[in-house]
Design a protein. Structure first.
Length: 688
């Protein structure tokens, strides 16, 4: 039975207004981060509002048995959250397969599983930092981290509340405040003794942002607000009148003016056009939101129909907007008109979903809701895992040992399927099963050492470079492993070995790291396997000699440093033309439609900046060729151009006769491409 001691409204319009403001600033941060750089603070406001709601649900069931209290709490919260959440995951995955680039599929299949299990806020690698993911917008489930935090707190809050029942009611809000400050990091994170609040500011940024333990104090502020309202003495008068009297007695201020001032201050901070220090504004906004909730019940601005309706649709809008934005980012980045239309579309869809699905399922019985949740959950798993299921069916009863699993009896239709699989598994195929990685969280990048080499091997081998090194790892291991007693692998995305890639600032440190590791390893042979970027940069004006070319001089200096630590020879992968990566998925369909192969050849190499790419390609090859001359016979170029160049047509052929592609949309060699160049490595390894 619901307690009658306090009749705080279940849906205060002003709180819906605060919710509306929170979603508006979050949308501003996601769609126009340069205008609303502090809009992420809207999520902090959501956490305070959630704490308020949790406390309300628990307070209303406090006279129930502990089992009933917990059951009621979970059933109500899961009924509110799960159906729409699961539906958006399901629809997002269907749209991912239908509309998004193939290269976005594999990573999103993984993130969808994490979202499904409410683990999107797991510890992040440097490359998975929340703000980095926002900038890239590749992960369509990046935004689900906040729901993961909230669900994880659900498993803590009933215990916190049940303990509070032993505390005198007039002191309960103090109890929540103390819990927020005294949740020791030593109990939560490696016994370091940091308080929950302090934990959020003394932890690494990604940990502090994503960890539920760094957010407890924000939920508890919402709980303190509700408890403060619950415990005010005169239960029969409206809350505003009580507060006005107290404020008049103490400070002679009118609460309505204070609420408008507080609202203005919060709007000023969250909508401020310049980045503010998070360690200062986050506690200000969190505590300020809690204080505003205490005195804002009759705030006309917060209670207006437009703002409260935005608050009503905020859950739908939060879930829907990010996948739509990610699609814009991946396909139409830079088109500002389409960005605005993306925002409008997100709002329109949120209204549609709220008025139809959301209002419908909230009226269902508990049994019907449970069935709906089960159906959506199972459907989501099937859709997420559809490629694995399809691959298992296709490979049943077959015994294929090559890396590409291509057989002679396959058709163009098989090529369509295989090309798709290689594209979506591009990152997964960079992981070398034989390699023991030094840092697990960096996989497939980072340093690793290959295991299970033959005892008869006599050479120390090192292969270093960007993701193309990982792309070649299994091939080099298979072809050179019998010759080696040690194979060291160092692979870092975008980072070239012979010049610090200018488009990625972190590559300067890797440039130094490559040389230091080779100096420490002292290999007999080294393979420099890197897709070119900066080594193809145009020479400065009026520079006509490599002696005056600053790019080449850096390359030469680095090469000589590496050679001083290499006993025999260094093999360098020569430059290869830039590829129209978005055209890879079109190869088999175009071939099936009868498109001339030469037309497809030209289509695959016709990038957005074809002329610039061609000049860069030629410059990179010239510099590599000069390096070989300056190496005194100790450098050998690995040139794939001859493997792919069709002398008859005068074009590069990036696919076979049936349409199986040699490259992925991630511009790596596909497994079929790896098999295509295998004989190159058979010859290299045999001559060591």
């Amino acid at each position: 039975m619901i307690s009658q001691k306090c009749q705080i409204p279940s849906k205060r319009l002003d709180l819906q207004g605060i919710r509306g403001i929170a979603i508006i600033v979050v949308l501003g941060f996601h769609f126009y981060p340069e205008v609303f750089p502090n809009g992420y603070l809207g999520v902090d406001q959501f956490f305070v509002l959630s704490g308020f709601l949790m406390c309300m649900l628990l307070k209303r069931a406090e006279n129930q048995s502990p089992y009933s209290l917990v059951t009621i709490f979970y059933s109500r919260r899961f009924k509110r959250i799960l159906p729409l959440y699961l539906l958006i995951i399901l629809i997002s995955m269907i749209c991912l397969y239908k509309f998004f680039p193939d290269t976005a599929i594999e990573s999103n299949q993984k993130s969808a599983v994490q979202a499904l299990l409410f683990m999107s806020n797991r510890p992040k690698t440097v490359h998975e930092d929340y703000f980095s993911q926002l900038a890239l917008a590749v992960d369509i489930f990046t935004h689900t981290w906040s729901l993961s935090v909230e669900i994880q707190f659900y498993f803590l809050v009933p215990l916190i509340f049940l303990i509070s029942k032993w505390i005198p009611k007039k002191n309960q809000y103090e109890y929540y405040a103390i819990i927020g400050l005294l949740t020791f990091r030593c109990f939560l994170i490696q016994f370091s003794g940091c308080l929950s609040y302090i934990f959020s500011f003394c932890s690494p940024d990604s940990t502090a942002f994503n960890s539920v333990f760094a957010r407890i104090w924000q939920f508890l502020i919402g709980m303190v607000v509700y408890t403060a309202l619950w415990n005010i003495e005169d239960q029969n008068k409206q809350f505003k009148n009580r507060v006005v009297r107290k404020i008049d007695d103490n400070n002679r201020l009118n609460s309505s003016y204070v609420s408008y001032f507080s609202l203005a201050a919060l709007l000023f901070i969250t909508a401020f056009p310049y980045t503010l220090k998070a360690s200062i504004v986050r506690p200000l906004v969190t505590v300020g939101t809690g204080c505003l909730m205490l005195i804002s019940e009759d705030n006309v601005m917060l209670s207006n129909k437009v703002l409260t309706y935005i608050g009503d649709i905020s859950y739908s809008l939060y879930l829907i907007h990010w996948p739509i934005y990610a699609y814009w980012k991946l396909t139409y980045d830079g088109e500002q008109y389409l960005l605005f239309m993306t925002l409008v579309t997100s709002i329109a869809l949120a209204i549609l979903v709220f008025e139809t699905f959301e209002k419908w399922y909230l009226k269902l019985s508990s049994t019907s809701t449970a069935m709906l949740i089960a159906i959506l959950f199972v459907s989501s798993i099937i859709v997420i895992k559809k490629d694995e299921i399809s691959n298992s069916i296709d490979s049943f009863g077959k015994n294929i040992s090559s890396l590409d699993n291509v057989t002679s009896d396959m058709t163009v239709d098989d090529a369509t399927k295989k090309n798709y699989q290689w594209n979506i598994n591009d990152v997964a195929n960079l992981i070398a099963p034989s390699c023991e990685y030094e840092t697990v969280r960096s996989i497939p990048m980072g340093w690793c050492r290959h295991k299970d080499l033959k005892p008869s091997g006599k050479y120390k081998i090192a292969m270093i470079g960007n993701s193309w090194t990982a792309n070649h790892a299994s091939l080099v291991y298979q072809e050179c492993g019998y010759q080696a007693n040690s194979i060291l692998q160092g692979s870092f995305g975008y980072c070239e070995v012979l010049y610090p890639t200018t488009l990625r600032p972190h590559c300067h440190a890797r440039f130094i790291d490559y040389e230091q590791r080779i100096r420490s390893e002292k290999p007999d042979y080294a393979f420099v396997l890197a897709r070119y970027f900066s080594v193809g940069s145009p020479a400065p004006k009026n520079v006509t000699s490599f002696d005056d070319d600053p790019f080449y001089q850096v390359m030469k200096e680095q090469t000589l440093k590496l050679l001083s630590s290499i006993k025999h020879k260094m093999y360098i992968l020569d430059a290869f033309p830039s590829i129209n990566d978005l055209g890879i998925s079109q190869i088999a369909p175009m071939l099936k439609d009868g498109t001339d192969r030469v037309v497809i050849d030209k289509f695959l190499l016709k990038t957005k900046e074809y002329q610039k790419d061609e000049e860069s390609y030629q410059m990179a090859r010239k510099r590599y060729a000069q390096l070989v001359k300056d190496c005194n016979g100790r450098c050998v170029l690995i040139d794939y151009a001859e493997k792919f160049y069709n002398a008859t047509t005068g074009t590069y052929r990036l696919f076979d006769e049936k349409g199986f592609t040699y490259f992925t949309s991630g511009t790596h060699l596909s497994p079929h491409g790896v098999e295509h160049v295998r004989n190159v490595w058979t010859d290299i390894c045999a001559k060591l």
